[in-house]
Design a protein. Structure first.
Length: 190
């Protein structure tokens, strides 16, 4: 969703939540009815001063009008969510829910073929990783220790140090990986 689309959705939502017609909102904000309508339809890119007038007239913070709304439901199709491949295609990351400014975590499905190996650099301090194996066997090395995870096993660890994921079995290993960055710490990525 673009910022223009977000402003359109937010202005319309806030106006309707207050039970205001376009005419009444125009009077309260000092922004013409036609301009409000264009903004709500996403047809114009309002200036900061226009956004300020709308926010003041509707008794809101300007930031409320700029927030990207989070959908009530978000469907992720397995057919088009490959985010990247590593180790010559033996390690495939499927980005299920990437992190953004509104959330400090991301969720991946990770598939490691036979002898697939992913060596990860240290992440920012406070970053945590949660792994659950759905099938196969995963060897995870972190902080000089090696852990063997099989179907249904989970492991949580601090990712402020390098770590390695490896599948030495002939069976494919598939797991879910959640990366949780500290609040205000930026984007959480694998």
């Amino acid at each position: 969703m673009t910022i223009n689309e977000a402003v359109a959705v937010n202005v319309r939502r806030e106006r309707k939540a207050k039970g205001l017609s376009l005419d009444r909102a125009a009077k309260l904000t000092g922004v013409s009815k036609s301009m409000l309508g264009q903004i709500e339809r996403g047809e114009v890119n309002p200036t900061v001063s226009v956004l300020y007038k709308i926010a003041a007239g509707l008794e809101l913070e300007c930031s409320t009008l700029l927030e990207i709304p989070v959908p009530a439901v978000e469907f992720v199709s397995s057919s088009n969510n490959v985010s990247r491949k590593e180790d010559g295609g033996k390690v495939v990351f499927y980005s299920l829910f990437p992190s953004d400014a509104a959330q400090s975590f991301s969720i991946y499905r990770l598939r490691l073929l036979t002898s697939g190996r992913y060596e990860a650099p240290a992440r920012q301090p406070g970053t945590m990783i949660f792994i659950t194996v759905y099938y196969g066997t995963l060897l995870l090395t972190v902080d000089g220790e090696q852990y063997r995870l099989t179907r249904g096993d989970s492991l949580r660890f601090r990712a402020d140090q390098p770590y390695e994921l490896y599948n030495r079995d002939i069976q494919v290993c598939e797991c879910q990986v959640t990366v949780n960055a500290p609040q205000g710490g930026g984007v959480a990525s694998l």
